[in-house]
Design a protein around this ligand. Sequence first.
Ligand code: DOR
Ligand code: ZN
Length: 373
Amino acid sequence: MTVQTLEVPSPADFHVHLRQGAMRELVAPHVALGGMDLAYVMPNLAPPIQSSDEAMEYVRALEALAPHTRFLGTMYLSPKLTPDEIRRAAAAGVRGVKSYPRGVTTNSDGGIEDYEVYYPVFAAMEETNMVLNLHGELPSDADKGICVLNAEPLFLSHLEKIHKQFPRLRIVLEHATTRAAVECVKRCGETVACTITPHHLQLIVDDWAGKPLHFCKPVAKTPDDRAALRDVIREGHPRFFLGSDSAPHPLASKYPSPASRDNATQNLVHNCGCAAGVYTQPVLLPLCATLLESFGALDKLNAYVSENGRRFYQEPATPGRVVKLRRVTEADAAVPAAYVHPASQGLDDTDAAKLQVVPFMGGQRLAWCIESA
Ligand code: DOR
Ligand code: ZN
């Protein structure tokens, strides 16, 4: 008999973008709306979060907007981050450091080019039990044969090298998109884990080429790569878990018209006319249930959205907290076509598009919805 209801203990999303200003006001409450208790928040603001004070101030600002969500703060790996700052941050409750190779995605112009110069920082992180979050792509370089399709496999030797040098350092390879990445993480020891986004469990290359709403970094890859991601979730491998990489961009940055391009410039990636990111936050748990069921992994939902990530991050589930899902019926609403900041009321279309975000699968009906949280 098909299951009609699901109970998920204390869901947690270990890779979230919540931005600044009006966008932050709009999206911070969406963590709870999507069924998550906990959000591990990325530091790629403009300018990026580079100190423990900035990280904790950001967490407090998010808590003010969404008091019932637990936010975990991170810092951006850059020359400003010293081993002393790592120790201060660990004592203050900052949980991790995110590394972006230079220029690969949103606000990564200050990203890094060489990992060895950060070995003293990694040593301090290992000593203080901080997590290193790796955006696992090399910057595109046609002369070296590097492009968005092979940027992740070519990065993996860096992961292996850092892991070998710092075997006790907890490392997460973020948003894996390839079979090569899955196999590499499996080969590594217990201190290396991997997040997988729901959209990468669904999309392949054909779904983003020419389709701005599905364009994100790393880009979705081949059917065989997607099969490897689905298999590792279906297997319930304990070191693979949800990090949604939910990345809101205003509609104006997804479809930049000549008039809006100047204002959207800071969100543009390289010479691409469209910002990278897929927005899943407000429907995240129902989306995960819908996708896992579609490839026969519904029995691994709790492992994927709660148990595995919480075990790796040493973040126990909130006692007694269970989110109930039920199957949707004809009477249930589809995923909203857009989420709109109230300040967009009365603005002309060009300005309103700066305060609107279109979610993944907007306008479509998912198979599951939240009954009670
Ligand atoms: O698609 C993406 N969007 N990938 C990232 O790594 C960053 C994110 C963002 O911040 O928009
Ligand atoms: Zn991200």
